[in-house]
Design a protein. Structure first.
Length: 478
């Protein structure tokens, strides 16, 4: 199965970002066009409604004057013509061409009727309308309304639009030009607004999102984002960045704990594994020679197995994130006398004796006082193993002195002493080909349990003769 290359993944992310931009721009443009169309329609509707209201009020005002005259019998004619305006007294007095245009339509009082007149080229008589002193005019469009007169008869007022009639005194606005100009103005403003919104959206949303995506892509390169500008962002993206920063820290802490545990386990389990391996080799050799005396090797295997179990539990507890809230795996305190502690030291010394084979070293074990302590035996075993291992690995001749007390344990070697005091306790630092983890593990345990651990050069007669490691613990009640 072929894996996606980084170039393909980068291309996919780029296309995704571009499609997101295109989607947003497309929706903004659609919204802009919809707003423009709605605004243009609204302007056109309001303009037409204004014209209709104005025309109806003008016709109604003229008709009201003639309705008052009709009620007092002051009208002497059935038709009055005043330029473009015509007044007809009663429906029966409407011209035939207008009656034909209305057909069966009933004109209600105060209703504005708009009619478009279709002319018959063969019948010139029906297309001629007498308008004052003008010879004839062909009306193309008529505005008509009715006003109640005497005895509920209707007085019709008509405004005739004709190609031959032009009002030159008052300029007539062009509705198409007005609407077009308004539409273009609104369009320009909306395009500017859309571009500004798109720019702000890209600046406030897309750019921070790309930064988050880049951070997620380069997650292994970040220890934390404490100094990243996104953390100062007060929007939801800033909140996401803060959550991501916390997640990165937790991931890094988890990785460090796992790495530390693996290093500690590989370091501490070397001795019991070596003891088990040696015991198994001894069993094989005895069986090959026909001897069935395997009791002592089995005891060593059983003891190493128990030590491995205790070491693993202790190291798991040491790698926990929060030891105060999770004490389930915490090593239990055990009662030990100084003689039992010395026996424990002897067992460790015997297990690590393979490190000093062929060397002229004198190992001294001194019991300073008689007493009893209550202490975590598994943790103390880890500390003792590392201190003795450190002394064995760095001493090639001379003497190693181990002092056991109810208050402390010290290991004095005759090695090369401490050279790099600055990085002495730093994980991975060692003068020999080893993991360099022993002192770091001892330091961690001492810090967790409140013990006092020191390591310093031993000076005798103004000469450095190795170094002394000392671990002091508090006197714990039972």
């Amino acid at each position: 199965m072929m894996l996606n290359s980084p170039i393909k993944n980068t291309t996919k992310r780029t296309l995704t970002r571009q499609s997101l931009r295109f989607f947003i721009q497309e929706k903004l443009l659609v919204l802009t066009l919809a707003v423009i169309l709605c605004t243009s329609g609204l302007i056109y509707y309001i303009y037409n409604q204004g014209l209709d209201i104005s025309a109806r009020m003008s016709l109604t005002k003229i008709g009201y004057h003639y309705a008052q005259l009709d009620k007092v019998d002051a009208l002497t004619q059935t038709q009055y013509v005043m330029g473009e305006f015509s007044v007809y007294i009663g429906k029966q007095n409407l011209p035939s061409w207008l009656t034909e245009s209305l057909s069966s339509k009933q004109v209600e009082n105060y209703e504005l009727v708009k009619l478009r007149i279709k002319h018959d080229k063969d019948n010139s008589h029906s297309n001629q309308v007498k308008l004052g002193n003008q010879n004839s005019a062909k009306p193309n469009f008529i505005l008509l309304t009715a006003i109640p007169g005497k005895s509920d008869r209707q007085i019709f007022i008509a405004y005739l639009f004709s190609k031959d009639i032009k009002i030159e005194e008052v300029p007539t606005p062009n509705i198409f030009e007005t609407v077009t100009l308004a539409t273009l103005t609104v369009l320009t403003l909306l395009i500017i607004l859309v571009l500004w919104i798109a720019y702000r959206f890209h600046q406030k949303v897309l750019t921070p999102m790309e930064s988050l995506a880049q951070i997620a892509t380069d997650l292994d390169c970040y220890q934390s984002l404490d100094d990243h500008p996104l953390l100062k962002n007060q929007s939801e993206i800033g909140h996401i960045a803060k959550v991501l920063n916390q997640s990165i820290k937790r991931i890094k802490q988890t990785q460090e704990r796992e790495k530390t545990f693996l290093q500690n386990a590989s370091h501490e389990l070397r001795t019991p594994i070596a003891v088990i391996s040696s015991a198994l080799d001894l069993i094989d050799r005895r069986q090959e020679t026909g001897s069935n005396d395997v009791k002592d090797p089995l005891i060593h295997i059983r003891q190493s197995s128990n030590n491995m179990k205790g070491l693993t539990e202790s190291l798991l507890w040491l790698s926990q994130a929060d030891k105060e809230e999770n004490n389930q795996g915490e090593p239990k305190k055990q009662k030990l006398s100084t003689h039992e502690l010395a026996t424990l030291v002897s067992e460790v010394k015997h297990q690590l004796s393979y490190l000093i084979e062929g060397r002229e070293l004198n190992i001294q074990l001194n019991i300073i006082d008689e007493g009893v302590i209550y202490i975590e035996k598994n943790l103390l075993l880890i500390v003792i193993s590392n201190l003795i291992r450190n002394a064995f690995e760095h001493s090639f001749e001379g003497c190693i002195i181990i002092n056991v007390s109810s208050k402390f344990i010290s290991v004095q070697d005759s090695g090369c002493g401490i050279k790099d005091t600055e990085h002495l306790m730093q994980r991975g630092k060692s003068n020999r080909e080893s993991f360099g983890l022993g002192l770091d593990i001892v330091t961690q345990i001492a810090q967790q349990k409140g013990w006092h651990f020191t390591l310093k050069n031993t000076v005798e007669n103004n000469l450095e003769t190795g170094c002394t490691a000392t671990l002091k613990w508090h006197e714990h009640p039972q």
